[in-house]
Design a binder for this molecule. Structure first.
Ligand code: DOR
Length: 450
């Protein structure tokens, strides 16, 4: 049954994919974008009118990097709870990372994820297949079968691919299959026993550090192999100035390389491990600031923001990594890596807009058209009903739309999250900018009362 038509009235239509930024009404019919109309234009009488005055109306956000944890880690998250968190954060499409249990290294697991998403996901779920069998980094997974089953990309994220011959082979396949390798670049030997960024804070806390060079050297190797194979390479969660310099060279040479950055690397530094202001000294060694790659220095943070602004970095991705309380309520050294991000991303990122570091159009671009390009660039947009494109409000595109209030203030309270993961470094933050309504395929998947 097709969804009831919706007319979104009086909003500021902001669609960077078309350079569109004006007050308009938007008509959604049969799950597709049907028309951009002058404000107050006549709409089909059966259409539901949605009041968007004072709001931004944008394409639904796309997150290239989400850990939904199913199958295998349902105590941390499920496809149902993770996608509920996604729509609360304005995301209408998420790529589901492959470090599940079993890993997504067989057509059966990819098919299972797709079936499960079909049955109970609140937004579109595009599965990512493992690069190696069991994510063990030893033997290539059957990438062609995974693509055939619906994997839109391949990744061993969580574990770097340490063997360059395997990465080379994977990029060769990626070229043939037209699906990118989403690479978690860290040299595990250089990471060693490190648990946070190597620098004065780690020294102060007496924690073993992870040097920038761990990421830089792995990024350099991956780029060299992308150049050699012409295989599509997407660099996950970049965190260092060195990586950005290498990315710049790769792009100047026209190599098939793209990159993402997370909200936490854009907003926080390694000082966050010392706890939040006012939290007292017991909050030191805050495991909610532990992730891979680690939070870096202020100079790195600023360089990431500048790279995002100029377009050197293509997309913002949350690396939503939910964990159970017991995974984080322990000594820093043994705590799990990762933070949740879907429900806080927009509000947190709006800080950059309000402080003048980023303009709103650029922010929306990096959450919509930017990530859409990363997938489409490699022809990996498999599902045929999405052929007309994600991350855009072009006529005929899927009716994936988000309504945003750039001024609404709210306070991050992990207890209210739809995600099972409460492991956020942003608890208690007062934010300005909120997702009001999320529409997926013409159906309202989330809305708050105003
Ligand atoms: O901090 C992280 N957590 N980084 C990763 O690459 C993996 C993720 C996870 O799966 O928990």
């Amino acid at each position: 049954m097709s969804p009831r038509p919706i007319i979104v009235r009086g909003g500021r239509l902001l669609d960077p994919s078309q350079g569109l930024d004006r007050l308009s009404d938007l008509l959604l019919l049969d799950g597709k974008v049907a028309a951009v109309l002058a404000p107050g234009a006549t709409a089909p009488p059966e259409a539901e009118a949605m009041d968007a005055r004072g709001l931004i109306v944008a394409p639904g956000f796309i997150d290239l990097h989400v850990h939904l944890r199913e199958p295998g880690y349902e105590q941390k998250e499920t496809i149902a709870t993770g996608t509920l968190a996604a729509v609360r954060g304005g995301f209408t499409t998420v790529l589901a990372m492959a470090n599940t249990n079993p890993a997504a290294d067989s057509a059966a697991v990819i098919a299972w994820v797709r079936d499960r998403a079909e049955a109970g996901a609140a937004c579109r779920v595009l599965p990512v297949g493992s690069v190696t069998v069991g994510q063990q980094g030893k033997e290539l997974a059957p990438l062609a079968e995974l693509a055939e089953a619906g994997a839109v990309a391949f990744s061993d994220d969580g574990q770097p691919i340490s063997d360059p011959n395997l990465l080379r082979a994977a990029l060769d396949h990626a070229r043939a299959l037209q699906r990118p390798i989403l690479a978690h670049c860290e040299d595990t030997d250089l990471v060693g026993e490190g648990v946070m960024n190597e620098g004065p804070v780690a020294t102060h806390l007496g924690l073993p550090g992870i040097p920038d060079a761990a990421e830089d050297s792995a990024v350099a190797e991956a780029i060299a192999l992308a150049a050699f194979t012409a295989g599509p390479l997407h660099l996950c969660h970049l965190s260092t100035r060195g990586s950005l310099a290498l990315l710049r060279i790769a792009k100047e040479q026209g190599l098939p390389v793209s990159a993402e950055v997370t909200p936490h690397h854009l907003l926080l530094t390694d000082e966050r491990v010392l706890g939040q202001a006012g939290a007292g000294s017991l909050a030191r060694y805050d495991t909610h600031a532990k992730m891979r790659p680690p939070l870096r220095s202020e100079a790195d943070r600023q360089a990431l923001v500048a790279a995002l602004r100029e377009g050197l970095i293509d997309a913002i991705a949350t690396d939503h990594a939910p964990h159970a309380p017991e995974d984080k309520e322990c000594e820093f050294a043994v705590a799990a890596n990762g933070v949740v991000g879907l429900e806080t991303a927009f509000g947190v990122l709006m800080r950059l807009v309000h402080e003048g570091a980023l303009d709103l159009t650029t922010l929306v671009e990096r959450l919509t058209a930017g990530p859409a390009r990363v997938i489409a660039r490699s022809g990996g947009m498999v599902p045929s009903d999405l052929a007309s494109g994600l991350g855009t409000l072009q006529l005929g595109a899927p009716a994936d739309v988000v309504l945003l209030d750039p001024e609404a203030e709210w306070t991050v309270d992990p207890a209210t999250f739809a995600s099972k993961g409460r492991n956020t470094p942003f608890a208690g933050w007062r934010l300005r900018g909120r997702v009001v309504t999320t529409i997926v395929g013409g159906e309202t998947a989330f809305t708050i009362k105003r």
